[in-house]
Design a binder for this molecule. Structure first.
Ligand SMILES: NC(=O)c1ccc[n+]([C@@H]2O[C@H](COP(=O)([O-])OP(=O)(O)OC[C@H]3O[C@@H](n4cnc5c(N)ncnc54)[C@H](O)[C@@H]3O)[C@@H](O)[C@H]2O)c1
Length: 305
């Protein structure tokens, strides 16, 4: 019988309860398809701070490196809100993504017919929407150097740097073409090539890679236009690929189009490791009440299979 090792990081707030429900589904799948899932628990987030003093202990990273996949609940909560930024539970998430080089963040946003009224958009605009936003997760302006708040002649100024290497762009673009090929064969690449050099290079690399995927239709959109088109014509999108900061914003927008945060799964994948988690946070306001919607976590587990 094939056996898969799953690193189980339940985290904080509703994390333990929603992952528990995903395990029930996974166990049923194991029974039906004759496979075995071995869950090995690790600490991350606030609970890891309480027990070890750090949001991502080395043992958790080691556990993840020695597993076939990682399933995560959520991290964070008011108890740890006053800690300095680099000591907070969310730092554990940023670190695990970087350490395991999980460079592609996949966020499917699908409108289910039965829940079409949950969307803030009109039914005839949104019905049938089924898209996947792929966000570059480990580079770009969130990581670029130099960065900081500085002072010169008693005047403060702040700097962030948007930087992408050709390789960083190529690997996520290639992955996106491959994924689009397995779906409805349409890829929308989003950039700001009209004003940013990073966008110009992004577009060049996308065009170069397109030659390897003649069967996939390619569309380029500037990010401001894409933000509009997502609410005007959501059903026309299949796979969207973009950099870190634009992806952060557009994937949230795509989530709103669908309507319910409790339904949105995600996968963060690299060439060696992959982590699956719901898009929502630890919902401390409802933790422990048994009312959290586990569907996003169950769908995340489904992406893992
Ligand atoms: N990936 C993560 O682990 C992650 C992501 C976002 C926020 N956070 C952290 O989570 C904590 C709470 O953040 P927040 O309140 O801004 O966002 P949140 O996503 O936790 O909650 C936002 C709202 O949605 C509701 N909600 C979220 N998930 C739900 C579910 N599965 N079922 C039913 N209702 C659900 C919550 O009750 C709340 O009203 C913070 O500490 C934040 O930093 C963690």
């Amino acid at each position: 019988m094939k056996k898969y090792k799953i690193a189980l990081l339940r985290g904080d707030g509703i994390g333990p309860e929603i992952t528990e429900q995903a395990l029930r589904v996974l166990d049923k799948i194991a029974e039906i398809y004759g496979v075995q899932f071995e869950y090995r628990e690790g600490l991350i987030g606030g609970i890891a701070i309480d027990e070890t003093g750090t949001p991502l202990p080395d043992e958790t990273l080691e556990l993840c490196r020695n597993s076939d996949a990682i399933l995560l609940g959520a991290v964070g909560g008011p108890k740890w809100d006053n800690l300095p930024t680099d000591k907070r539970p969310e730092k554990g998430l940023l670190k695990i993504r970087k350490e395991l080089d999980l460079y592609a963040n996949l966020r499917p946003a699908k409108v289910w017919d039965a829940l079409v009224s949950a969307s803030p958009l009109k039914e005839d605009v949104v019905k049938g929407t089924d898209m996947l936003v792929i966000r570059e997760l480990t580079s770009g302006i969130y990581y670029g150097e130099p960065r900081g708040i500085f002072e010169e002649k008693r005047k403060r100024y702040a700097v962030n740097t948007m930087k992408y290497t050709e390789e960083e762009i190529r690997r996520i673009v290639r992955k996106s073409f491959e994924i689009a090929r397995k779906r409805r064969k349409k890829l929308t690449s989003v950039d700001k090539a009209n004003v940013l050099e990073v966008g110009a290079l992004w577009r060049q690399v996308v065009e170069e890679e397109k030659k390897n995927f003649p069967d996939v239709e390619l569309e380029h959109l500037y990010v401001d236009n894409c933000a509009m088109q997502l609410v005007r014509r959501p059903t026309t999108f299949d796979v969207i690929v973009t950099g870190n900061i634009f992806g952060d914003i557009l994937s949230d927008e795509a989530g709103v189009v669908v309507g319910s945060l409790g339904m949105l799964p995600s996968a963060s994948i690299g060439d060696k490791y992959a982590l699956y988690e719901p898009v929502h946070g630890s919902a401390p306001d409802i933790a422990g009440k048994g009312i959290a919607n586990p569907i996003a976590t169950i769908l995340s587990a489904a992406m893992m299979l």
